[in-house]
Design a protein. Structure first.
Length: 425
């Protein structure tokens, strides 16, 4: 496999990594925008829940379909198509004059995000040099946090404008997607994907049967990784979607101050993401995972035990952001690259994302009702989830990763069965 130059490697990490910026930014943008639009468009508490749930459910659909398409047809072309879809969906939301128009726009945005995230992660990992793949994938997590920071920073200034502020926030998402689309045309197709396809894959699905993903060798990692990501992502996603809602509707903080408080806590998470990049390809990431898992339990347990105030919500977001850098979506992204063969990598990621976001979507629908009943019930549920996620990730997933050996990056052999690179098995 041809070595990737340093500038090209960073370009092939940053441009696809903007999909993670859009993923995080869209979740935050939608949570704030719906608060700003709820009066003018007549969005009820249940309508709020259904719309936020729709974004996540559509992501799940896109991930299920998009991961497989990316493995069959290549990373670059799928990445570009999903960006165009996202721009159209966000445009519909911007011009929506009634709540009904929000549904197709948000749905299209969600599908595009679901297609784009596993595709972009595979493109990043497969374009990175050996020994730097974890770091490059970790960069997407840093960009995920930057997406939150950029959105909250903008919201701090525009939330006071009400519905206009919501449309400005959505316009910011369109701008980032357009930049990624333009720069994406300059990317090269993943050489690792092309090599794997030449070695035994094909654009014909019969040559790389989906059933292989569910054979004994890959089913264990698939189930363990899906369980871990579901348990760790649902609390993180709930925090992202409903942090502003908790600030405004429970803690009694206005939307502008809520955005500012959210923004002030994010540099802590960004520092964690940078540290994670430094050690993502080293053995130290294991004890960092344990520490991060403990911090996440502390984070969600604080407002559960001491009540929802502006400061307990602030501490929850800041501590969860730092702990999640080591025991959240960042490590999931690295594991998802390490545990699956090239021609099944995006499919496996799409499956885990699809299951996770599907469950998260259902939970998002009932979250406002749980908050209205008793916020502590919701927060104790989230605390239990991150605790179990730490156990699953620390024992099951890391054990499977260790079984792959020192060099877990995979390719597909001539018989289309998954094998370790260089293996004669």
């Amino acid at each position: 496999m041809a070595a990737t130059s340093e500038p090209s490697q960073w370009r092939h990490s940053i441009v696809p990594g903007l999909m993670s910026y859009l993923d995080a930014g869209s979740i935050i943008t939608m949570s704030i925008a719906l608060v700003l639009l709820q009066e003018s468009l007549g969005i009820s508490a249940w309508g709020f829940g259904f719309l936020t749930g729709l974004l996540t459910a559509a992501f799940a659909v896109g991930a299920f379909v998009g991961g497989r398409i990316s493995d069959l047809w290549g990373r670059k072309r799928v990445f570009l198509v999903n960006l165009a879809m996202y721009i159209v969906g966000a445009g519909i939301v911007i011009v929506a004059s009634t709540a009904a128009w929000l549904y197709p726009g948000i749905g299209l945005m969600g599908v595009a995000m679901g297609i784009g995230v596993p595709t972009s992660l595979a493109l990043i990992a497969e374009s990175a040099a050996e020994g730097t793949k974890g770091k490059m994938v970790g960069l997407s997590s840093a960009l995920w946090l930057v997406g939150i920071m950029g959105t909250l920073g903008l919201a701090t200034g525009v939330a006071q404008f009400g519905p206009l502020g919501a449309r400005i926030l959505m316009g910011h998402m369109v701008l980032i997607a357009a930049i990624a689309l333009v720069l994406g045309f300059g990317l090269h197709e993943s050489q690792e994907w092309k090599d794997a396809r030449a070695a035994g894959g094909s654009v014909e699905s019969t040559k790389i049967p989906l059933s292989t993903l569910f054979t004994k060798r890959l089913l264990g990692p698939l189930v363990a990784l899906t369980a871990f990501f579901t348990l760790v992502n649902l609390p993180a996603n709930t925090l992202g979607q409903y942090m502003t809602y908790l600030y405004v509707n429970v803690a009694g903080v206005d939307a502008s101050k809520a955005s500012l408080l959210g923004l002030l806590g994010l540099p802590v998470g960004l520092v964690g993401a940078v540290i994670f990049m430094r050690f993502a390809d080293k053995s130290l990431r294991k004890p960092l995972f344990v520490g991060g898992a403990i911090l996440q339990v502390v984070a969600f347990g604080l407002p559960a035990a001491f009540g929802v105030t502006q400061w307990t919500v602030f501490l929850m977001a800041a501590i969860a952001g730092f702990g999640g850098a080591f025991a959240g979506e960042g490590i999931y992204k690295v594991w998802s690259q390490e545990l699956f063969p090239t021609m099944y990598r995006a499919t496996a990621q799409g499956f885990t994302y699809g299951v996770t976001r599907g469950i998260t979507a259902g939970f998002a629908v009932i979250t406002p009702a749980l908050i209205a009943y008793d916020p502590a019930v919701l927060l104790w549920i989230l605390t239990a989830m991150v605790a179990v996620a730490g156990v699953v990730g620390g024992i099951a997933v890391q054990r499977m990763g260790a079984e792959r050996g020192a060099d877990p990056w995979l390719v597909v052999a001539d018989d289309a069965e998954p094998q370790l690179e260089g293996s004669n098995a």
